[in-house]
Design a protein around this ligand. Structure first.
Ligand SMILES: *Cc1c(COP(=O)(O)O)cnc(C)c1O
Length: 418
C-alpha cells in the first residue's frame, strides 16, 4: 500500500488544514478492511458495526466485488450516456427483478418497478424522484414525515425534517412541503390537497434513530395515496439491499410505491444510486441526466454486490442474525444474557432496543451515546450515534455470529455502570 502519511497525527493535522470541517470524526485513520473487520493506521482491528452507514452490506473489499471492479476497470471505466453500455442495462434489469420480488401480486399482475434512472448518490436519487413526481403529476406539493432524512442537497433537504440539517439554510428551496407525524396515516390523508404530487416516506426511519412503523402503516398510506391520486415515493436508500431482512423495506408491508429511491449498499461502497418507478412513470429524452450516472465501473460494482447478496443468501442472513442480535441486546437489557453483572451494577443506560434485520438501534436513558461510542472504539468495536441518546448498529450483513458475540460483550462492558 502506498504510504501517504507517516503518522496518524499528520493525517489529523492535514485534514484540519485542508478540509472543510464538515464532519465530526472519531480520531482513527482506517486503512484496510475485510468482511466486517476494519484495520487502522497502527494495525488495530475493529468490528465495524457502522459499515459506512449501511453501505458495506457485503463487507469490506469482498473478493467478488473487487474482481468485478478490476476486470471492468481494465476494459472501460466511463463512457457517456450518449452511448450504450452493457453493465448499465444488465443492472437495470436486475434491479427491476429484485425490487419486484417481494411484491404481493395478489391481483396476479406485475406491480413492481419497471424502469430505472441511474445517478451517483442517495440525495441525487431523491432529486430525481421529486422531479419525476412533479413531471408526471403536474403538481408541486409534497408531504414528508417528521423525523425524515432524505438528503442534503436543496431539493432533498426540503423534504428532510430535522432542524439540525436545515437551520443554517432556511428558507429552503421547496416551500410547499408539509411534515406530518410518522406512523400516522390519517395525518397524511388530512395533509393531502389539490396540489399534492407525492407523499415521501422511509419504510423505517434511519437517521431518526431506526423508527419502525406499526404493521399496516405503509399499506394504509398506499391505500390513501391510490384513492386520492397521489404518488407514493419510498426512500429505500438505507433500508434497501437486505438491510432489514428483506430485499427492500417495503416488503414487510407488501406495499408497492410508485417511485422508489436506492443508493447506499447498492454498489458495495462504490458510489451509485438509482430511482425506480412503475410502468408509465418516467422521464423522456432530455428531461433529466447526469454525466456519471450508471457508468460501467459503478454498475459492475453494483452487479457484483447484488450477486454476492444472492449467492451468500445475505437477505436471509440479515433476518436471522438481526434476530439473534436483537435477542442478545434484549437480554442485555433485562440482564438475562448470562454475562455476569458486576455487583451493584445494572444496565440503566438502555431504554429500548428496536429495528428489523441488521438495522438496529439502542435508545439510551441518558444522552451519552458519544461517550459510549468512544469507549467501544477503545474495545475494538465501531458504532454510530444518530443522536445523543441513540446508538445505531448497521454492520455488514456478512458479519459472523462470533463477531456479533464480541460486539455484545463489548456493549455489555460499555453499557454497564458501576
Ligand atoms: C443516507 C440517506 C440519504 C442520502 O444519501 P446520500 O448518498 O448521503 O446523499 C437519503 N435518504 C436516506 C433514508 C438515507 O439513509
Amino acid at each position: 500500500m502506498i504510504q501517504l502519511f507517516t503518522s496518524m497525527e499528520e493525517v489529523f493535522e492535514n485534514e484540519k488544514r485542508y478540509l472543510m470541517q464538515t464532519y465530526k470524526r472519531e480520531r482513527i485513520v482506517l486503512k484496510s478492511g475485510k468482511g466486517a473487520i476494519v484495520t487502522d493506521f497502527s494495525g488495530n482491528e475493529y468490528i465495524d458495526c457502522v459499515g459506512g452507514i449501511a453501505v458495506n452490506a457485503v463487507g469490506h473489499c469482498h473478493p467478488v466485488v473487487v474482481n468485478a471492479m478490476k476486470e471492468q476497470a481494465e476494459k472501460l471505466i466511463h463512457v457517456s450516456n450518449l452511448y450504450y453500455s452493457e453493465p448499465q442495462v444488465k443492472l437495470a434489469e436486475k434491479l427491476t427483478e429484485i425490487s419486484s420480488s417481494g411484491s404481493s401480486s395478489s391481483s396476479g399482475s406485475s406491480s413492481g418497478m419497471a424502469k430505472v434512472f441511474f445517478c451517483n448518490s442517495g440525495t441525487e436519487s431523491i432529486e430525481a424522484a421529486v422531479k419525476l413526481a412533479c413531471k408526471v403529476t403536474g403538481k408541486h406539493n409534497f408531504i414528508a414525515a417528521e423525523g425524515s432524512f432524505h438528503g442534503r442537497t436543496l431539493g432533498s433537504l426540503s423534504l428532510t425534517a430535522g432542524k439540525k440539517f436545515r437551520a443554517a439554510f432556511e428558507p429552503i428551496l421547496l416551500k410547499n412541503v408539509k411534515f406530518v407525524r410518522y406512523n400516522d396515516a390519517t395525518a397524511i390523508e388530512k395533509a393531502i390537497d389539490r396540489d399534492t404530487a407525492a407523499v415521501i416516506l422511509e419504510p423505517i426511519q434511519g437517521e431518526a434513530g431506526v423508527l419502525v412503523p406499526s404493521e399496516g402503516y405503509l399499506e394504509e398510506v398506499r391505500e390513501i395515496c391510490t384513492r386520492k391520486g397521489v404518488l407514493l415515493i419510498l426512500d429505500e436508500i438505507q433500508t434497501g439491499f437486505g438491510r432489514t431482512g428483506r430485499w427492500f423495506g417495503k416488503e414487510h408491508d407488501r406495499v408497492e410505491p410508485d417511485i422508489m429511491t436506492v443508493a447506499k449498499a447498492m454498489g458495495a461502497g462504490f458510489p451509485i444510486g438509482a430511482v425506480l418507478a412503475k410502468e408509465g412513470i418516467e422521464f423522456e429524452i432530455g428531461e433529466h441526466g447526469t454525466t456519471f450516472g450508471g457508468n460501467p465501473l459503478a454498475c459492475a460494482a453494483a452487479l457484483a454486490s447484488i450477486t454476492v447478496i444472492e449467492d451468500e443468501k445475505l437477505v436471509e442472513r440479515s433476518r436471522e442474525l438481526g434476530e439473534y442480535l436483537m435477542n442478545s441486546l434484549n437480554n442485555l437489557h433485562t440482564g438475562e444474557n448470562g454475562l455476569r453483572l458486576r455487583s451493584g451494577s445494572g444496565y440503566r443506560y438502555i431504554k429500548e432496543i428496536r429495528g428489523k434485520g441488521l438495522m438496529i438501534a439502542i435508545e439510551l436513558t441518558n444522552p451519552c451515546s458519544g461517550i459510549i461510542a468512544k469507549k467501544a472504539i477503545d474495545l475494538g468495536v465501531l458504532i454510530n450515534c444518530t443522536s445523543e441518546s441513540v446508538i445505531r448498529l448497521v454492520p455488514p450483513l456478512v458479519i459472523s455470529k462470533n463477531e456479533i458475540d464480541e460486539v455484545i460483550a463489548v456493549l455489555n462492558d460499555v453499557l454497564v455502570f458501576d
